[in-house]
Write a protein that binds this ligand. Structure first.
Ligand code: SF4
Ligand code: MSK
Length: 649
């Protein structure tokens, strides 16, 4: 029985989504919003993190009347164990994604890459040099194989500390050594964490939470950064590129194919094949004007950043895109894909295609693709989508008009180039602008949507407020897509929102005040940018000293927890718009929100209101500026003649 979302205007911020939620209600189609309502009041024990089902003496729950589980575990142990398992989930997701890419690079190195090749040799050489692999007089294939083998070692190393940690400032590395949080191999960290949270192993909540930070670091500096590096090598390092975002990018005159999930491999092939003359001719023969490819979630970000493919929407819009009635096919890979999609699609002519053997859904058509015929597979899928176009019911089609222009593609390389030009690409102008106070600091705004809150509205309110207060924003994932839909991601409109200092800098160097840095695996790019700022000098030799803060306003996934943890463990304070499921243990919350500061120089904050979060971001930034002593330097004084004489120079 469908309960209507009481007011679509309170569920989502953008008008296009309002229209489609209203359409869903009139057509009797369930969405995450109706299902959220059907859930009713959510389980208190789950919310507090005090439900344990790790062994079959349980499930146990902690209450004032039963403060211990059957085995004697208290709330601290149970909450910390649950939290660590969530971090493992996030680290495993990012890192397995990275592993798939590394194996593809290895296949290229072995001459078995099929339709894939190294698109960005410069990026390959850059990564080799960073990892001390000699590049002189060596072929691309040799380098690809050496780098792939080194990266595979990052997953499997048993005793050696993760090599990629060396990409961080030395002081960070020293902190991780001192606190016992320097991770070994990525796979080992995940396995060890699962072992330690098994019944009857690690019961000390502090020890468990330190392992959560350690596992997250294996993701942030290992899995995620490797994922980004190899994506850049295989598909190209992003450079600024224009496109559009929101449901209005769907074109009723064309065959609409949406790619959704996180991995770029097949979507990159689909993007190439959509313009293949054979496919265009096939679409025209079916009465369409061509094929419109669009993306959702982070697969969208991957092909937006490199090919300018438009974004149909972020996480909460995956069902809404189908409900427009104009989507022939949705091709999904891994992560953030709702299992409801085939049910929603059954109301229309849409086919859901799953493409990887590790991610199947009942009701979806499974079409795994092989690297050696990836382009052909992409063409087969697109032809199938064209055939579905003939089954489209015009009476069910209503595509909202809304779409906003955007500029994306801000890899660290691209930012460096924009700041310093081709002769001296560098972060110096940014550091100088921060030191002079024209830019107060930097804020990373990342993460998902969550039907617990009005989708996009926290992200939008916070972004607009911070830009006004001269804070440069680095965004990824669904948060970046929210800003794009909100019209904040073109240099022109964003500059109008920016405070005078930020605006002056952005106009001078030609960057927008909100930089779209990619998918959620690309949060490693934010770490990379912070490290560049640190290396450039003048703002401390340690990431915890930077006037920089991270915010996850509307997060929902385990990956977001892991990302938050690796930011904090890297010295960057993180504000959460929605709390962790840890409130059942005051000790766990104290560790995450206070004691972490002593370990890493950063901690978590929970702030439900976007303007209060903006205040906190600015407070943390100003505190960092005070500590660095740069607020004094920022004071500009116009000297009169008396002052000049007093200078006595
Ligand atoms: Fe209960 Fe302990 Fe088993 Fe958890 S591990 S389910 S608290 S008995
Ligand atoms: S897709 S993890 S909903 S950002 Fe990366 Fe969006 Fe969050 Fe998935």
């Amino acid at each position: 029985m469908i309960k209507t979302p009481e007011n679509p205007h309170q569920r989502v911020a953008d008008k296009a989504s309002h229209e489609v939620i209203a359409k869903a209600m009139s057509e009797g189609v369930d969405t995450c919003f109706t299902r959220f309502d059907q859930q009713g009041k959510q389980c208190k024990f789950g919310v507090e993190g005090v439900c344990c089902k790790i062994c079959h003496m349980g499930p146990c729950k902690i209450t004032p009347r039963s403060p211990l589980g059957v085995c004697g575990a208290n709330a601290d142990t149970i909450v910390a164990r649950n939290f660590l398992r969530e971090v493992v989930g996030g680290a495993a997701a990012h890192s397995d994604h990275a592993r798939h890419l590394v194996l593809r690079l290895k296949a290229i190195g072995e001459g078995k890459g099929g339709d894939y090749e190294v698109k960005d040799v410069k990026a390959l050489k850059r990564s080799c040099t960073e990892h001390e692999i000699p590049t002189e007089n060596r072929t691309t294939q040799e380098l690809a194989l050496d780098l792939a083998m080194l990266f595979l070692g990052e997953f499997t190393s048993q005793e050696e500390t993760l090599k990629s940690l060396k990409l961080a400032p030395q002081k960070q590395q020293a902190v991780w050594e001192k606190t016992g949080t320097a991770p070994k191999g990525i796979d080992r960290m995940c396995v060890e964490s699962m072992h330690r949270t098994h019944m009857g192993v690690d019961h000390d909540y502090r020890n468990l939470l330190k392992q959560a930070y350690r596992t997250s670091l294996a993701d942030g500096w290992g899995g995620s950064r490797i994922g980004t590096m190899v994506s850049d090598i295989l598909f190209g390092t992003p450079v600024p590129i224009r496109s559009q975002a929101n449901l209005g990018v769907l074109d009723v005159k064309k065959v609409n194919v949406i790619v959704h999930g996180h991995e770029p491999a097949l979507s990159d092939m689909l993007a190439a094949a959509a313009n293949d003359p054979e496919i265009v001719a096939y679409a025209k023969a079916a009465g369409a004007e061509g094929v419109q490819l669009a993306g959702l979630c982070c697969t969208a970000n991957e092909i937006l950043m490199r090919r300018g493919v438009p974004v149909a929407g972020n996480f909460h819009q995956q069902e809404l895109a189908i409900i427009t009635g104009a989507v022939e096919m949705m091709v999904v890979d891994v992560q953030c894909v709702m299992p409801s999609l085939p049910t929603v699609a059954s109301h229309y002519h849409t086919e859901i295609i799953s493409t990887t053997n590790i991610a199947k859904t009942i009701g979806a058509t499974h079409m795994p693709f092989e690297a050696d015929k990836a382009y052909e597979s992409a063409k087969v899928m697109l032809k199938r989508a064209v055939d579905l176009f003939k089954k489209r019911d015009p009476a069910k089609v209503a595509v909202p008009a809304d779409k906003s222009p955007l500029v994306a593609g801000f890899s660290v390389e691209a930012i460096k180039y924009m700041l310093g030009g081709s002769f001296r690409p560098s972060f110096r102008p940014l550091n100088d602008a921060i030191i002079s106070g024209r830019i107060r600091g930097v804020c990373g705004i990342v993460g998902c949507n969550n039907p617990k809150t009005e989708a996009d509205s926290y992200i939008n309110a916070l972004s607009r407020e911070l830009v006004k207060r001269n804070v440069l924003l680095l965004q990824t994932g669904c948060a970046a897509q929210a800003s794009a839909k909100n019209g904040c991601m073109t240099p022109e409109t964003a500059l109008e929102l920016a405070g005078a200092g930020l605006r002056e800098v952005c106009e001078t160097v030609g960057i927008p005040p909100i930089l779209h840095m990619g998918s959620c695996v690309d949060n490693g790019r934010i770490l990379e940018a912070a490290t560049e700022i640190c290396f450039e000098g003048g703002l401390g030799d340690d990431l915890s000293k930077l006037p920089a803060v991270g915010v996850a306003p509307e997060w929902m996934s385990e990956k977001a927890i892991t990302i938050g943890c690796y930011f904090v463990a890297s010295g960057c304070d993180v504000i959460l718009g929605l709390p962790f499921h840890t409130s059942g243990s005051a000790n766990v919350n104290k560790f995450l929100q206070e004691e972490s500061k002593e370990l890493f120089g950063a901690a978590f904050y929970e702030i439900a209101d976007p303007l209060a979060a903006a205040d906190k971001v600015c407070e943390l930034i100003e505190q960092a500026r005070e500590n660095l002593g740069i607020n004094k330097k920022a004071e500009r004084k116009l000297l009169d003649m008396k002052d000049r004489r007093a200078l006595n120079v």
